[in-house]
Ligand binder design. Structure first.
Ligand code: PXG
Length: 955
């Protein structure tokens, strides 16, 4: 078995299989390096424009450093600090003189050196400021100093912190009084903290240019002002030069640009030229001697090998004049980059050879994609924060090489922007606008407006992201248009199909026709297919999933547990049948869930443009949630994209039935008046952005003229295109007579209603009525999930069907799956497949006993009864006829041909259960509390008060 991967593919597969997934590398494998170049196993050569985050300033495998390493390695590698060695003292003298400091403390990695500096500052504060384990070390927003617990205690990046708490107190980048972040580039924020707590602050830690935050160069004077504040309050000014130091920015230390000499300087990375981990803390005798023998150290810190390497690395910096090179080449590089005339480039910034370009977010593409293009053209760079690309070649690069690289970058940016335009154009041309290619994501936004028979108006928003589906072994870590929160949740809980909806108000089928979404049960509904695993594993994944969704959408989804979760076999079998991998489908329902604007806000946050542009601008919660019906949902699933490729599809839908007359708008109004928000430009990330008005056959005048017209479910549609018609406000003018009753209303083929029968405390029954209006028999499945305290008896099931002529016959289900309830553990679930005869009405009846609940199991308003979720009837609808249900017609118009499954949800019902007399325990509680208060008050007084006898003072 070879220990060196022969191909890039093997190398990536091995890392993936055996290494922790704590990085998300650009897909390129490096197997050899020399100077400014690296090679992959296949022999392709690249310019290295990351230089291992500025560790390889001296170029890869610099012969002078490698020579020092090999010579020392064959003589002595490690002595430990239990003994002296013959290299450390000399190296310490060399390094301290090189940087102009009195003393140094050697460590290995950058993070260790930062930890050392923090400890040093606290110890110094203890000795010189009288701090007693309460000293602060203050950082700033956006800092990156490494990954250890002490350091991340100061981080403001959720990725660095989430789940790693509790953190170390008083190491922070937030103002302890206000909780506000201490902003980089805002000396006043630091001043506020020092003003209030200067006596308790030991050190202020800062990067002279913030590397990980995106090469943020502060305003001139900021660092000086911070330094002066530190002096004023006797606080150590600690400068993290791990990424910026050692010639990278055109001076030996980046802080020299501000003519400051920090109290403590931290070095790492290029201190060894990328050859071996060496880091160091530099400071004065006064500070350094605060730490006594035995108080800090590291086995490898200051080992002879490290000393030889560090000295050689600094000799290269000195002898090859890397500082001067970085300075002059940096100017040349930025000047060339700034000449790029592309809407893609938002900013070019940096100092010396530490530079970054910031790109504008555009349809389906990110900085990551640009880096892939650069890689293909022989230049390696890595994005930070989705839109920023760091450009930091080794400082040994020649002017000619740099010009060649500038050329590669300029051309890649140009081709990338052109490619994007082509992509956008293609997306508009392709029917439905959905395009899938290897790394592309496509976002579309559409609003359908459908005036309804009773004068109300349906507004149906649909936002959709499509991307190539991950292959079996691939995990998606990269997010651009696809919402990260949803992606991470689906990855964490192994879910590749997820549907969530929040609905309020019943859909009035008789007046409004078929609904625009296939899930309109009142309350909250979650459905997920959990991949692989066994029942126990999927149970815990499901629990985690509902908890996570509960957090994201500020909803009580965490109340979905085993008692209200079912595992239906037939009802949802259609979903993604062709494209889903196997898994356990779970379905949870909260009929009581109250849906409010709090749920809408996080939903809007998942949109690429949120409510800042595009159709999101119309999402005015006050109007949308003050409507007769609203249903908000999201769904994640797989679909077949163009060329039959499997694509991952994420949709967010919001349907609202608004009432113009209730808003006093009468027969003529504009869209802006209806939602009290004005449209602006399309979301720039959207390949398609339209408002489509589904017109009645006559009697509606629309202004202005639409960009185009089309048809949907046999009706004419006016399509307004936000890309072509920005700021459009559509005026609706209805002819009064048309508005009253002549509008065609498509009655659904099958409707389902369900009622509760019987009264009394011990038993009851369910009656469901299914009507088939079609002239053909219909194959349907019926699902009813009832809580454990309604104990259903399947033997009481009675199904009768009434034909058009009024005659009744018994109907046998073609199949049936019944899972009885277990008390307090799972609900009962009944699933039937039935063939409903043409033009018939079928009644299902079954009985239940009512369970007796414990006191604590009753809701606060127990007398009101218990809401029971809907039964669901589902069937396949013929896709050829003109009577296509609205949600299928929308799907076809927006996403192309598809199957049409209809799921009709019945009403909820309210079950009354025997309810105990709650007044009795309340009386007892009140009485007991009174007694306790009276007695305990006295005892408490005796215990806590001090009674003293005072002698009267004589006059
Ligand atoms: N300070 C600064 C300014 C840094 O950029 C460190 C401290 C920590 O150094 P060590 O040697 O502990 O990584 C850094 C490191 C990564 C990564 O792979 C690290 C850095 C930049 C980008 C990625 O964790 N900088």
């Amino acid at each position: 078995m070879s220990l060196i991967a022969a191909t890039s593919k093997t190398a990536i597969e091995l890392e993936d299989a055996y290494g922790a997934h704590n990085y998300h590398p650009l897909p390129v494998v490096i197997s050899r390096g020399e100077g400014v170049h690296v090679w992959d196993p296949e022999g392709k050569r690249y310019y290295d424009f990351l230089s291992a985050y500025s560790a390889v300033n001296q170029g890869h495998c610099h012969p002078h450093i490698v020579k020092a390493l090999t010579e020392q390695a064959s003589r002595l590698c490690l002595s430990s600090r239990a003994f002296y060695n013959d290299r450390l003292g000399a190296a310490e003298r060399f390094i301290t003189e090189f940087f102009g400091y009195e003393m140094m403390l050697p460590m290995n990695t950058g993070a260790e050196a930062v930890e050392t500096a923090i400890k040093l500052a606290r110890k110094w504060g203890h000795i010189h400021k009288g701090l007693n384990d309460d000293g602060y070390v203050i950082g700033v927003e956006g800092n990156f100093h490494g990954r250890t617990m002490g350091i991340i205690s100061m981080s403001t990046d959720p990725d660095c912190r989430n789940g790693f708490g509790p953190f170390i107190p008083n190491i922070t980048a937030v103002n302890p009084d206000t909780g506000a972040k201490i902003r980089y580039n805002h000396a006043e924020d630091l001043e506020a903290v020092l003003k209030a707590h200067g006596d308790k602050v030991a050190g202020f830690l800062v990067e002279p240019i913030q590397g990980e935050a995106g090469i943020k160069v502060p305003e001139p004077g900021y660092l000086k002002r911070c330094y002066d504040l530190c002096k004023q309050y006797n606080v150590l000014f600690i400068c993290d030069e791990i990424q910026t130091g050692i010639a990278r920015t055109g001076t030996l230390l980046a802080i020299e640009h501000e003519q400051i000499r920090p109290d403590i300087v931290i070095l790492g990375k290029a201190l060894s030229g990328g050859v071996y981990p060496v880091s160091a803390v530099l400071s004065s005798r006064e500070v350094m001697l605060s730490i006594k023998p035995g108080e800090h150290g590291s086995t490898y810190g200051g080992n002879p090998l490290a000393c030889a390497v560090a000295v050689a690395a600094l000799e290269v910096v000195r002898d090859e004049k890397l500082t001067e090179r970085a300075q002059s080449l940096g100017e040349r590089f930025r000047e060339a980059l700034r000449k790029i005339d592309s809407p893609l480039i938002k900013d070019v910034r940096g100092r010396g050879l530490l530079n970054a370009i910031e790109v504008n977010p555009v349809a389906g593409k990110t900085a990551w994609d640009l880096c892939l293009l650069l890689r293909d053209r022989g230049l390696l760079a890595k994005p930070t924060h989705d839109t920023i690309i760091r450009l930091a070649p080794p400082l040994t690069i020649t002017a000619e090489q740099l010009d060649e690289c500038t050329d590669i970058i300029v051309k890649a940016v140009a081709d990338y922007s052109n490619g994007m335009r082509i992509l956008n154009h293609a997306a508009l041309v392709v029917c439905g606008g959905l395009l899938s290619s290897a790394n592309a994501e496509t976002f579309t936004e559409d609003l359908l407006v459908k005036p309804l028979q009773d004068g109300r108006v349906l507004l149906h928003f649909e936002f959709s992201v499509q991307r190539a589906a991950p292959t079996t072994n691939e995990t998606m870590y990269h997010y651009h248009l696809f919402p990260r929160q949803i992606g991470e949740i689906s990855r964490r809980y192994d879910v590749d199909e997820l549907h969530l909806s929040f609905t309020q108000g019943g859909w009035r089928e008789s007046k409004w026709g078929s609904p625009p979404v296939n899930s309109q049960g009142i309350g909250a509904e979650v459905r997920a297919r959990i991949k692989g695993g066994d029942a126990i594993q999927s149970e815990s994944q499901w629990k985690g999933l509902t908890n996570a969704l509960s957090g994201v959408f500020c909803a009580s989804l965490n109340f979905i547990d085993t008692t209200n979760t079912a595992t239906p076999q037939l009802t949802f079998a259609d979903t993604d049948a062709a494209t889903t991998t196997s898994g356990v489908l779970r379905h949870g329902y909260l009929p009581r869930e109250n849906v409010c604007t709090e749920n809408l806000t996080p939903w809007i946050k998942q949109l690429p443009c949120q409510s800042k542009s595009g159709l999101g601008l119309l999402l005015n919660p006050y109007r949308l949630y003050n409507a007769d019906f609203h249903s908000m949902g999201l769904s994640l699933s797989f679909a077949k994209g163009t060329k039959g490729k499997r694509v991952q599809q994420y949709k967010q839908r919001l349907s609202v039935v608004a009432d113009p007359s209730a808003l006093g708008l009468g027969d003529s109004w504009t869209l802006a008046e209806l939602v009290d928000r004005q449209l602006g430009t399309a979301c720039p990330a959207a390949a398609r952005s339209t408002v489509r008005v589904i017109r009645p056959s006559s009697g509606l005048k629309l202004t202005p003229k639409p960009a185009s017209t089309s048809r949907l479910a046999g009706r004419g549609v006016s399509v307004f295109d936000l890309h072509k018609q920005p700021n459009v406000d559509i005026a609706f003018e209805f002819a009064p007579q048309e508005n009253n009753g002549v509008w065609p209303t498509e009655k659904p083929l099958i409707s389902a209603h369900r009622y509760v029968t019987g009264h009394g405390g011990s038993n009851g029954g369910v009656e469901a009525a299914l009507t088939n209006r079609g002239d053909k028999p219909a194959n349907v499945t019926y699902l009813d999930v009832l809580p454990w305290y309604l104990r259903v008896y399947s033997h009481t099931l009675d199904i009768q069907t009434q034909a058009a002529d009024g005659s009744w016959t018994l109907l046998r289900p073609t199949s049936m799956a019944f899972t009885p309830a277990i008390d307090r553990e799972r609900p009962s679930s009944m699933e039937l497949t039935l063939v409903l005869p043409a033009s018939s009405r079928t009644t299902l009846r079954y009985s239940f006993d009512k369970g007796f609940l414990k006191y604590t199991e009753h809701p606060p308003d127990a007398n009101r009864g218990f809401n029971i979720g809907p039964a669901i009837v589902s069937y396949q609808h013929d896709t050829t006829g003109a009577d296509l249900p609205l949600h299928c017609a929308i799907e076809q118009a927006l996403s192309g041909p598809s199957e049409c499954t209809v799921r009709a949800y019945t009403e909820l019902f309210l079950a009354s259960l025997p309810t105990p007399d709650f007044s009795m325990p309340y009386n007892v509680i009140t009485f007991t509390c009174t007694i306790l208060a009276l007695f305990f008050g006295r005892i408490f007084n005796l215990l806590t008060r001090d009674f003293a006898v005072l002698k009267p003072v004589e006059a």
